[in-house]
Ligand binder design. Structure first.
Ligand code: TXA
Ligand code: MG
Length: 374
């Protein structure tokens, strides 16, 4: 397939503001050029094609949610098992009604608080949503992304857009246009090449069909952020799909060790959790412990493996800047692969902060849970 790579990097919140409110002629031209490319991409979605596009979290591969064949082609392009449900993206909150007939007060609260933004809410699906999109589940994950290219694309396509992350299944999620081009050139109709994704890790996925809602995949919107909006403090939190979140009650502030169980392989709550994800080509090892000890151990392991003739990269994020760690994480993995590393030694982030917990969730998966403690 011939993939059209179209530049939309001119459409940012800043140029949009300058064009719309200040009527700045230069910004208006830049925005109009990007909009022309987005119109072409929207027409492709309308006729059943695939478009890779930027969101604030990671790039996605989009198809018309109501077109089952197109959804099937998304699985093919990614090389992804078809029982892994896709997140459906909308351009305004009221479009939930096209996908789900059950709107609870909690869904409205979280939509008000966090949309547009990196939060996916899983709710009961309406009959119109094909089972192919939801991997056979009776629920659908919905999100309103905070990115002007994504919003204009969905709006102009005139339909909600089903979109998993725009990587080949199993490789790190793409946060820059060049990552998408590396993975999907020749496999989709159009790649909208936009800005670097500002968040850098995928959205928080929260299951709204259980009470209290349960976080299925951590992200930069943390369970404390959600809890604060819902005011469910006393009810505690449900189990997540990968066992990484724990029931919390008003009296029990620490996670219960009982919660550290494996998900049932037969019935994972969030099916995406059962596949190997995010893995770089290099072998990866996480080192956990005090900062100085981690630094020393990483240097020791690097020297030892280099003596064996391996190329070794060390990944130590700035202390306490977890938002930046999230922003850079996938891109660093890809950069290390591109520079031919055989092995990546990564320092664990302390798991107390919600955002560092979300990054650690990806880091542990990327490393295949390969960890040493010092
Ligand atoms: O930030 C994001 O969420 C990105 C951008 C493109 O929006 N998308 C993304 O999609 O990460 P994907 O397909 O790579 O991951 C979707 C996750 C999977 O873990 C999947 O199992 C879960 O969301 N999910 C989707 N629909 C679900 C449902 N109905 N029930 C439970 N989990 C669901
Ligand atoms: Mg993904």
């Amino acid at each position: 397939m011939n993939t059209g790579i179209l530049d939309v990097s001119g459409l940012t919140e800043e140029t949009q503001r300058r064009a719309q409110t200040l009527r700045d002629p230069e910004a208006m031209t830049i925005v109009e050029e990007a909009m022309e490319n987005i119109r072409r991409a929207a027409a492709v979605i309308k006729r059943g094609g695939l478009v890779a596009f930027p969101t604030e979290t990671v790039y996605g591969i989009g198809a018309n949610v109501f077109d089952e064949e197109a959804a099937g082609r998304v699985y093919e392009a990614k090389g992804r098992p078809s029982d892994n449900p896709m997140i459906v993206h909308i351009a305004r909150a009221s479009d939930i009604s096209k996908l789900s007939k059950k709107l609870s007060p909690d869904i409205v609260k979280l939509a008000d608080a966090f949309w547009p933004g990196p939060l996916t809410m899983v709710m009961e699906k309406s009959e119109d949503v094909p089972a192919r999109v939801t991997g056979g589940l009776q629920t659908v994950g919905i999100r309103l992304p905070d990115n002007p290219v994504a919003i204009e694309l969905i709006r102009l396509a005139g339909t909600p857009v089903a979109a998993p992350s725009a990587n080949i299944s199993g490789s790190p999620s793409p946060t820059r246009a060049e990552h998408v081009i590396a993975d999907l050139n020749g496999k989709v109709d159009i790649i909208l090449a936009g800005e670097v994704c500002k968040v850098g890790i995928e959205s928080t996925v929260v299951d709204m069909t259980v009470s209290p809602p349960a976080v299925l995949r951590p992200g930069i919107i943390t369970k404390d952020d959600i809890e604060a909006e819902l005011g469910h403090g006393g009810d505690g939190w449900g189990h997540s799909g990968d066992g990484s979140f724990c029931v919390r009650s008003a009296t029990q502030k620490e996670p219960s060790p009982l919660c550290r169980t494996e998900p049932s392989p037969l019935c994972p709550k969030s099916p995406g959790m059962k596949y190997t994800h995010y893995a770089p080509k290099a072998a990866m090892l996480v080192v956990e412990g005090g900062r100085e000890k981690v630094r020393a151990e990483a240097a020791r392991l690097k020297a030892m493996n280099e003596a064996l003739g391996l190329k070794v990269g060390v990944l130590l994020f700035e202390e306490a800047d977890y938002v930046k760690a999230a922003h850079d994480f996938y891109a660093v993995l890809r950069d290390m692969d591109d520079s031919g590393m055989d092995m990546i030694i990564a320092g664990a982030l302390p798991g107390t902060d919600g955002v560092s917990f979300a990054v650690m969730n990806r880091m542990m998966k990327a490393a295949g849970y390969n960890i040493v403690r010092v």
